[in-house]
Write a protein that binds this ligand. Structure first.
Ligand SMILES: *Cc1c(COP(=O)(O)O)cnc(C)c1O
Length: 392
């Protein structure tokens, strides 16, 4: 069978090794070794330059197994893993940006990324502009002669706005500018940004890829050249993934297909169930007909993912009472695990923004973010209905 004709879940369980060896273990072993010995000095020189058996900050066979799998899932030549999503993002940006360069970021990015772009990059002489993710032409207007890269995130947290990937990629390409996307919320099950011309695909593997809230990790998928460049900086910046966490990530990612299928179905069912509820002012979910970019969602996404945000009728107090009344949703940051989690963005992920900045981004005080797990949707819907009913 041709490898590049296989579907996602087949790739997820069949990509970790590149050769058919007799009697090999079905589960990749964990190489808990910081360093590797060479047969002679000549071999050591070769291993330092290439391969994954020199020193674990340079590479490690367990990391290679998960990197091969992630590249197969995104349909890219290569991939690289990191110790966290933020390590993937900052290492990649530091690899391509330097004094005198300009970078275009979409305004609604993950909080840590926003801080890095606004506070850290300017300290190294990098100019940064911010653009509304839904305003495709804004990206063209923001490009300058010294623009090195365009940085995207789709869908966004917590209002699930989208970026038109092929349109923005074409604008950047026409000016020779590289595009990077944080695709954590989409996962390769719902969107493969490489198919739309995006150059580098970043993930917080802590979320859906790992899938069990038991590890922190990050990833970059892209061409051999991009991954090679970033790997050379990762060796110096040092934010590598631990081999034990890499094993957990590989184990988690093998079930990505079945988990995402469940997340997509349950989230759509929840979004539909509460659209017309008397206590709910609006529901944010890309696959709802009422979503402002629904057409785009259908064009570039297989499903909407596991996050649904509800803006309640009422105030922050209403949101707090609702969250406290939920029984199956645990009050915790993060998403993408098997357990359902809930958070109030104005108190958590977006607390550092001013009230005006939040209102501008569509994040009211009564907005609640539900990150659905893989429980049965009927039970989650009943839990939400019960918590809403108790609001009086
Ligand atoms: C969680 C998250 C990150 C940061 O990832 P860590 O693994 O926590 O470092 C980046 N982007 C998005 C969209 C996230 O949800």
């Amino acid at each position: 069978m041709k490898r590049d004709e296989l579907h996602l879940s087949t790739r997820a369980v069949h990509s970790e090794l590149d050769e058919k060896r007799v009697n090999r273990p079905v589960a990749s072993p964990i190489y808990l070794s910081a360093t590797f010995e060479a047969a002679d000095v000549e071999e050591q020189i070769r291993l330092e330059a290439e391969g994954d058996t020199f020193y674990t900050r340079y590479g490690n066979p367990t990391l290679t197994a998960v990197e091969r799998t992630l590249a197969a899932l995104e349909g890219t030549e290569s991939a690289l893993v990191f110790g966290s999503g933020m390590s993937a993002i900052t290492t990649t940006l530091l690899s391509f940006l330097g004094n005198g360069d300009h970078a275009v970021f979409q305004r609604e990015v993950y909080g840590g990324t926003f801080r890095f772009a606004r506070e850290v990059l300017p300290r190294f002489g990098v100019e940064v502009s911010f653009v509304d993710c839904a305003e495709t032409e804004g990206f063209r207007q923001a490009l300058r002669d010294n623009t090195r890269l365009v940085y995207l995130e789709s869908p966004t947290n917590p209002t699930l706005k989208l970026v038109d990937l092929s349109a923005v990629a074409a604008i950047a390409q026409s000016r020779g500018v590289k595009t990077f996307i944080d695709s954590t919320f989409a996962t390769p099950f719902n969107t493969r940004p490489g198919d739309y011309g995006i150059d580098g695909i970043l993930h917080s593997a802590t979320k859906y890829l790992g899938g069990h809230c038991d590890l922190l990790g990050g990833a970059l998928a892209g061409s051999r050249e991009i991954v090679r460049d970033v790997r050379s900086y990762l060796k110096v910046l040092g934010g590598i993934l631990d081999p034990h966490a890499a094993y957990l990530l590989l184990r988690g990612v093998k079930t990505l297909g079945v988990r995402m299928d469940r997340h997509n179905r349950s989230a759509l069912a929840v979004a539909r169930a509460f659209g017309g509820h008397a206590r709910v002012r609006s529901v944010f979910y890309p696959m709802l007909e009422s979503h402002s970019q629904h057409e785009l969602a259908r064009r570039q996404m297989q499903g909407g993912g596991g996050v649904v945000s509800l803006e309640l009728q009422g105030t922050l107090e209403t949101a707090k009472r609702f969250v406290n009344r939920l029984e199956l949703f645990r009050i915790a940051p993060s998403l993408g695990g098997v357990e359902s989690l809930v958070s109030i963005p104005c108190l958590t992920s977006h607390a550092m923004l001013s009230r005006e900045e939040r209102e501008q981004a569509g994040i009211r005080d009564s907005l609640v973010r539900l990150a659905l797990g893989i429980e049965d949707a009927e039970d989650l819907i009943a839990d939400i209905a019960n918590a809403l009913a108790g609001l009086g």
